[in-house]
Design a protein around this ligand. Structure first.
Ligand code: F6R
Length: 609
């Protein structure tokens, strides 16, 4: 999950590397480091802490220098965050420096052998094993040394390597951890994602697994690990650097919450066919007859994407009548799932790089399934390995807590439901009703966002509480899970999401005056049932914050606080109901003084198992 950036070209490398690291900090932020090549050889600076700390200790010494370097921001796997465990790592003779994202699974065995051979290690990391191996093999051909070393390791890697006596060349390689190369005019960049590159060039190459790239300022060459030449395709990044700025908001998360009217609109643009009461999803690469033949759908995802999948299950079963199963990718990959020729598998992932989801995709492909993706990051590994799919077009999501990607996923799932539903169960006029309701969602989200101050005032009342319950039923049960996840991720407050009625089978024991319940109580088929659940909470001294439908004055009798949202059809209500929960979590975390965009222990893209 770490962030990697490298530069070779005609400009000073240091500012480009430091700025690149700041863009990648969402991938990991417990330590950071930089290696450049100057007249004396390798110059390496690193420490525990964030990129700003690295900047403060290197600003004076690194300016005005080399035109080549590699840098890293870490999310610890092997070895605690510390100076010695920070990257870059060098071999014992300081011949090469390496930055690594991924896990070397056979590092312990390799390390023992290298120690027996007299190699001195200076860190507890798995990555240093790779650095030592490359150092052993390096004489004057860095690419060859990297290739030899990589053939000995088992695991995943995205790496960039430089050598002390080669002030123009960077070698990059990937297997399981993303790497993208920026192709500029007389300069090349390499990074774990395009956000560190886009300010300098929009021309990129997405490296594939088992590819090695040799970069010099004016040329590159790509080969496979077993040394076959590859003609790498150059892609154009379609978004620009401005979308990576906070745009006047205090945090990326808040900016991304407020972007949702536009991102939802973008997810349906050109796809929603209102007058035909259906949608058009060309990227699925399936002809309508193939879609008609589907008898079962499996959604596979993790975290917030898994919550979106749960909503998708309810939608598709309800409207299209196709049985759906929702699987945690991490479980699916180690089970022996039954996938017949009428089963369609969808993997859902914002980043398109989540290791468990990727492994599940591969497992389903091995079983011969057609696997489609719902992804945000264009060119990501999942997007490339699926047989087809739908992009979210939500733009880069920087805040670690996923917000706009979730509502874009729900939008795409609504479009999919519409498409499948019209083929099977619902009439043209029902299709038009759903499509029209969907087209109105962005404006309704805008209305909810206007209540930001009201939601903040509720957050002020509850910010000191340490336990919350989130309850919802039917379509809004997954929203309760998502609301609880948002709160725990960014404010470190314990929160449990539950189906409202399930509460009485256990969690009700927790309720007292110190445990507020956030309850989704919309005017839908389960409204009366949810009111009963609210009364159960009240009877035990708990206080209730209700998310309710506009115009429902009755709810005020039962809930201590009410946040109203505009009405829509039941299947689309999660798109609206989640917005106040995102804001509530945001404000509670802000009031508690938490690091909202970079919560402790988390990383944006979970590329380890
Ligand atoms: C929660 C969150 C995570 C991700 C999960 C899957 O806010 O961001 O739970 O949803 O790690 O990530 P993707 O969607 O990138 O596969």
């Amino acid at each position: 999950m770490c962030g990697i950036v490298g530069y070779t070209g005609f400009r000073e490398a240091y500012p480009i590397l430091i700025e690149g690291l700041s863009m990648l900090e969402y991938r990991g932020y417990d330590s950071a480091g930089i290696a450049m090549i100057n007249d004396q050889g390798l110059s390496v600076h690193k420490d525990k802490g964030k990129v700003d700390h690295l900047r403060s200790i290197t600003n004076q010494i690194c300016q005005g220098g080399p035109k080549i370097g590699i840098a890293h921001t870490r999310w610890a796997t092997h070895g605690a965050p510390s100076l010695i465990n920070s990257h870059p790592h060098c071999d014992q003779n300081n011949k090469i420096a390496l930055v690594h994202n991924g896990i070397i699974e056979n590092y312990a065995r390799l390390k023992d052998k290298l120690i027996d051979d007299g190699i001195r290690f200076s860190s507890e990391t798995d990555s240093e094993v790779l650095a030592q191996l490359i150092g052993i093999y390096y004489e004057d051909d860095l690419e060859m040394a990297v290739r030899r070393a990589l053939l000995e390791v088992v695991g995943t890697f995205g790496i960039a390597v430089v050598a002390h006596d080669n002030p123009t060349e960077i070698i990059g390689a990937r297997k399981g951890s993303p790497l993208v190369v920026g192709v500029g005019e007389n300069e090349m960049l390499i990074a774990s994602d395009a956000s560190a590159i886009v300010r300098h060039t929009k021309k990129v190459i997405y490296l594939k697994d088992n590819n090695i790239i040799k970069l010099r300022p004016d040329q590159y060459s790509v080969t496979t690990l077993d040394n076959h030449k590859i003609n790498a395709e150059i892609h154009n990044i379609e978004w620009d650097a401005d979308s990576l700025a906070k745009g006047g908001f205090e945090h990326f998360m808040l900016k991304e919450i407020f972007e949702q009217p536009e991102t939802i609109e973008n997810a349906m643009r050109g796809r929603l066919l209102i007058s035909e009461g259906t949608s058009r999803l060309d990227g699925l690469n399936l002809v309508l007859q193939e879609l008609r033949g589907i008898q079962r759908i499996i959604f596979v995802a993790c975290g917030t994407s898994w919550h979106a999948a749960l909503v998708g299950e309810f939608m598709i079963e309800d409207i299209a009548g196709i049985p759906v199963e929702v699987e945690y990718a991490s479980e699916f990959r180690y089970r022996n799932p039954i996938i017949d020729s009428h089963t369609l598998v969808f993997v859902i992932s914002q980043s398109g790089e989540t290791a468990d989801t990727l492994a599940a995709l591969r497992e389903a492909s091995h079983k011969g399934a057609t696997v489609l993706g719902i992804c945000n990051v264009v060119g990501s590994t999942i997007a490339r390995e699926t047989h087809g799919g739908v992009y979210l077009h939500a733009g880069p999501e920087i805040g670690v807590a996923s917000t706009k990607a979730f509502t874009s996923q729900l939008t795409v799932l609504s479009l999919l439901t519409l498409l499948l539903g019209r083929m099977r169960r619902i009439s043209h006029s029902d299709g038009v009703t759903i499509a029209t309701a969907l087209s109105k969602i962005p404006e309704k989200v805008r209305q909810i966002l206007k209540q930001n101050d009201h939601i903040r005032s509720i957050a002020e009342i509850y910010a000191k509480h340490n336990n919350f319950l989130y309850l919802g039923r039917s379509y809004n049960f997954p929203v309760a899970l998502e609301g609880a996840l948002k709160l725990k991720e960014i404010s470190y407050v314990h929160a449990e999401g539950y189906p409202a009625a399930e509460m009485k089978h256990g969690p009700i024991a927790l309720i007292d005056k110190d445990m507020p319940s956030v309850i989704l109580a919309l005017k839908d088929a389960v409204y009366d049932k949810v009111i009963s659940n609210i009364q159960e909470v009240n009877a035990r001294g708990g206080s209730v914050i209700a998310i309710a439908s506009e115009g429902d004055t009755n709810i005020q009798k039962y809930a201590r606080h009410v946040i109203y949202i505009p009405e829509t059809i039941a299947m689309l209500s999660p798109l609206l109901a989640v917005i106040p929960l995102q804001l509530l979590a945001y404000h509670i975390a802000a009031i508690r003084g938490c690091e909202i965009d970079q919560p402790r222990n988390l990383a944006k893209s979970v590329t380890v198992e």
